[in-house]
Write a protein that binds this ligand. Structure first.
Ligand SMILES: [Fe+2]
Length: 361
């Protein structure tokens, strides 16, 4: 800004002439147009599954799965306005519930989605005609553009099914690329046997002549036992990373690259003695739980007796809290945060770092 009054007046007059032409002098907004460091309206936040679960049960008395399309509670970052729906500006998330006998109608959209299944039996999702049964700890990939619906085959009175969804809603919105189509029927026809894509593409082989690509994402499900075994082996054979503990990323087995093109998903195991060093990272949330090394019960303690995962996020208002299993924590894009736990595992997702120029783990 000009220092002497005459120059300042001339600049103001110049700005006034530009405004009707829909022009904005760059030097007037340079500090916000190109800030020295990333800025975000997002605030660190945590959502505890144990606190949300009763409200999910309440929702089943308010609306049916078909009427709701998806009976889910969205996680809304308190730093975002009412017109935004995300955990961060790029990733949205929700906890969802299904009752026995229910169907959540088939639809498709340009957003990529994935879900970490939390609890329940006989729940499934059908993606592009393949039924995928979901078990606690499983990761299920939902590629963009494919019709999908959910269901629960349990007998009447059986326990509900719960899972956590994440979608790149904000990112698609920023690119103005959001499309949504409902299928003509509630259920998309099943064309392949359950788990066919995982059997075909998850065994270190591909059909002869097959040319995989980043856009070819047909594995759909990543069972917890398989991923956990890989993580356990890593922990037994490799030293602890000072920043991440032990960490594996979910991949597209056809390319070795990330399982999705816009988001990354990981499973962590953190050291029980002392937290990893704080680290700054791009847009991230993490959903954590502690789970016994074997078995499907979410309520059993970890092998060191701990049921807890602790986490701290620091950015502005900051959060430093000891957290229970299956909570979701939002770390803002530049928040320095660190996490530690007993011998449990934690799933986490980020917008893929290489999409914003910081390719790494
Ligand atoms: Fe969907």
């Amino acid at each position: 800004m000009a220092s002497n009054p005459q120059a300042a007046n001339e600049q103001e007059a110049y700005f006034a002439r530009m405004a009707p032409m829909n022009l904005l002098p760059a030097w007037k907004v340079m500090s916000t147009y190109a800030p020295l460091e990333p800025t975000t309206p997002c605030l660190p936040a945590v959502w505890h599954y144990r606190e949300i679960r009763p409200h999910l049960l309440d929702s089943t008395r308010v609306i049916g799965a078909k009427e709701a399309e998806r009976r889910a509670l969205l996680l809304h970052n308190p730093g975002l306005g009412d017109s935004a729906y995300g955990i961060t500006q790029t990733i949205s998330g929700d906890y969802q519930i299904m009752l026995p006998g229910e169907i959540a109608p088939a639809h498709r959209h340009t957003q990529t989605a994935f879900r970490f299944f939390i609890e329940g039996e006989n729940a499934f999702t059908v993606i592009d005609g393949e039924k995928v049964y979901m078990y606690p700890g499983d990761l299920i990939i939902q590629p963009p553009g494919l019709f999908h619906h959910h269901g629960h085959e349990g007998e009447p009175g059986a326990p509900p099914a719960f899972w956590f969804d994440a979608l790149d809603v904000g990112m698609c919105g920023m690119f103005e690329s959001t499309f949504f189509h409902s299928y003509s029927e509630d259920e998309f026809p099943v064309k392949r046997s359950p788990g066919a894509n995982r059997r075909q593409f998850g065994a270190n082989v591909v059909p002869v002549g097959h040319q995989g690509s980043e856009r070819d994402r047909r594995m759909f499900s990543y069972p917890y036992e398989t991923t956990r075994a890989a993580l356990d082996s890593l922990r037994e054979t490799e030293p602890c990373d000072p920043y991440y503990g032990w960490k594996v990323r979910y991949i597209n087995p056809q390319t070795g690259d990330h399982a999705m093109t816009t988001m990354a998903a990981h499973l962590h195991s953190c050291p029980s003695a002392g937290p990893p060093r704080p680290i700054a990272r791009p847009t991230a949330w993490s959903s954590s739980w502690s789970k016994a090394k074997a078995g499907r019960s979410w309520d059993r303690p970890c092998s060191n007796g701990s049921r807890m995962t602790s986490s701290s996020c620091r950015a502005g208002s900051g959060i430093a809290t000891r957290q229970t299993p299956r909570r979701c924590c939002s770390a803002t894009p530049i928040a320095r945060h660190r996490k530690s736990s007993g011998y449990g595992s934690r799933s986490a997702a980020t917008i893929r770092r290489d999409t914003i120029g910081n390719r790494g783990r």
